[in-house]
Write a protein that binds this ligand. Structure first.
Ligand code: FAD
Length: 289
């Protein structure tokens, strides 16, 4: 039944891939190998994250420009507003528009450690600013398990609605492992009138130790069965990769059957696992005529 289902959906699935700016020459080489491997799968877009450290925006921008030039893909920079003034953001948006960038992933960004009080700008403000500059295609973040700072789930859901009402065309979720939580969240989005795609962010897990640290910060639950799955593999990267790809494949199979037709992959700049999952989904390189 699983095979028949996957065949049914073959060719109807969209994918997108997320990368981050590399910090060393070797990491840069890995990034480009990954982009070259994944580009023939014709993703709807690829995105590059943005960190708050100085110089990071330039690095994000440089990679975005190179991806556009080298692959012709739609390349979307992430942009955060927590560390910039409104005037700076307007200037950045104008600069992006002038360099032919039409799609931006608009985020608030994480608050600096020890910061007190409310930030001046939230992601919804950034969406308004981008819209005031030009007709950008805007993606925003969504949290099936509720953003850690939100007072409650309903507030967070309404926050997503405000971002969509301000002009976002899609939401990409935080990664998750509990499919039910995603499906319930998607239903709640529909129930309050959010009519854009809620695209699941898929993280194929290769480093379970790192995941445990990160999941705690982001309010993402790691189910007990995952602890069991990775138990004893601390020094066995090959088996961890196989386990990671298997878990992510199971997730996309179920989500596909639930009507999901776009998956966003947190690649961590590696291609192998995302490529394998795409292959199973029927997302394959176009065969030259
Ligand atoms: P918002 O939508 O502004 O929400 C932030 C929090 O504030 C939520 O809890 C919300 O409920 C609450 N809130 C909203 N409005 C108000 C208000 N008026 N008063 C009080 N509370 C309010 N981070 C990076 O630094 N760089 C990246 O490249 C990056 N990429 C990401 C990509 C994706 C797909 C995702 C899911 C996250 C990404 N992040 C990135 C992390 C993100 O920046 C953090 O999760 C951040 O803490 C929240 O950003 P946001 O855009 O969701 O913020």
């Amino acid at each position: 039944a699983i095979n028949r289902n996957l065949q049914d959906i073959a060719g109807k699935v969209n994918v997108s891939f997320e990368f981050f700016p590399p910090k060393t020459a070797q990491m840069e080489q890995t990034l480009w190998q990954s982009i070259e491997r994944l580009a023939p799968l014709a993703p709807s877009f690829v995105s590059v994250t943005y960190g708050a450290n100085s110089g990071e925006r330039d690095r994000t921008h440089d990679i975005i420009k190179s991806i556009k030039q080298r692959t012709g893909l739609i390349a979307a920079p992430h942009l955060t507003c927590v560390d910039a003034s409104k005037d700076e953001l307007v200037a950045i948006a104008k600069d992006y528009w002038q360099s032919g960038i039409r799609h931006i992933v608009a985020l608030r960004g994480d608050l600096p450690a020890g910061s007190i009080g409310k930030p001046d700008l939230y992601a919804v403000d950034l969406v308004h600013i981008l819209r005031s500059v030009a007709d950008f295609d805007i993606s925003v973040a969504a949290y099936p398990e509720v953003h850690p700072e939100a007072p409650n789930g309903q507030f967070d859901l309404l926050n997503l609605k405000r971002k969509v009402d301000a002009g976002a065309s899609r939401a990409i979720t935080q990664f998750f492992f509990d499919i039910e939580k995603f499906l319930r969240y998607r239903d709640r989005c529909a129930a309050i009138g959010i009519d854009v795609d809620i695209i699941p962010g898929i993280l194929p897990v290769t480093n379970f130790t790192q995941l445990q640290k990160f999941a705690g910060l982001t309010n993402v639950a790691i189910p007990q069965w995952m602890y069991k799955a990775y138990d004893g593999l601390e020094h066995d990267a090959t088996t961890r990769n196989l386990v990671g790809v298997n878990i992510a494949m199971e997730m996309v199979k179920v989500l596909s059957r639930e009507g999901v037709d776009h998956f966003h992959f947190y690649t961590l700049n590696r291609s192998e696992l995302s490529y394998a999952i795409c292959h199973l989904l029927g997302v394959r390189p176009a065969i030259a005529a």
